[in-house]
Design a protein around this ligand. Structure first.
Ligand SMILES: Nc1ncnc2c1ncn2[C@@H]1O[C@H](COP(=O)(O)OP(=O)(O)O)[C@@H](O)[C@H]1O
Ligand SMILES: [Mg+2]
Length: 151
């Protein structure tokens, strides 16, 4: 069997702790490093890093905990984030640029501009967001490798 075929799909799961701002960004950094090691195009890595960072921050800011799963195929990269927390009562409203329920504390830390979800949508090729109030939120997105330079 061809060696490249054996390596994929590559799976890795990361635990995200809600409210832990000290390690904010550490999972997206790890994802970025993995994608660099895999030799993906710069722009694909940039787009995945932006989306993963925003997804990680949302769990830290708004959920109790979450699991981020990275799945790497030769042609596309997918991230799924499942969290347990307050959930989102209106997903369309949450997607709107500038909408945020960030607390004063979150804003003081430099987050809460309300651009995270809309940015994820912008930089990825597919995005799905679903949520159950008082249970949690499911977010997934993917970036195609071949046309990665186009976004
Ligand atoms: N994982 C999540 N759990 C609960 N609420 C969320 C989650 N992700 C996003 N939200 C809600 O959607 C809003 C918009 O998110 P986003 O666009 O990332 O902006 P910001 O994080 O700056 O507020 C948040 O303020 C929050 O109310
Ligand atoms: Mg956000």
């Amino acid at each position: 069997m061809d060696q490249t075929e054996e390596r994929y799909p590559f799976h890795k799961a990361f635990h995200i702790e809600g409210g832990n701002f000290i390690h904010a960004g550490s999972i997206s950094s790890q994802v970025k490093r993995i994608l660099k090691e895999e030799g993906f195009p710069k722009n694909v890595i940039r787009r995945m890093s932006i989306a993963t960072f925003e997804a990680e921050m949302n769990v830290i800011c708004y959920a109790r905990w979450g699991i981020l799963t990275l799945v790497v195929f030769p042609d596309f990269i997918k991230v799924a984030v499942d969290d347990e927390g307050a959930g989102i009562h209106d997903v369309n409203q949450a997607m709107r640029e500038g909408f945020s329920t960030a607390t004063e504390k979150i804003r003081e830390l430099g987050f809460g501009a309300g651009m995270g979800l809309s940015n994820i949508k912008k930089v990825t090729d597919e995005m799905v967001l679903t949520s159950v109030v008082n249970q949690g939120t499911h977010l997934e997105f993917m970036v195609n490798v071949k046309d990665g330079a186009e976004k």
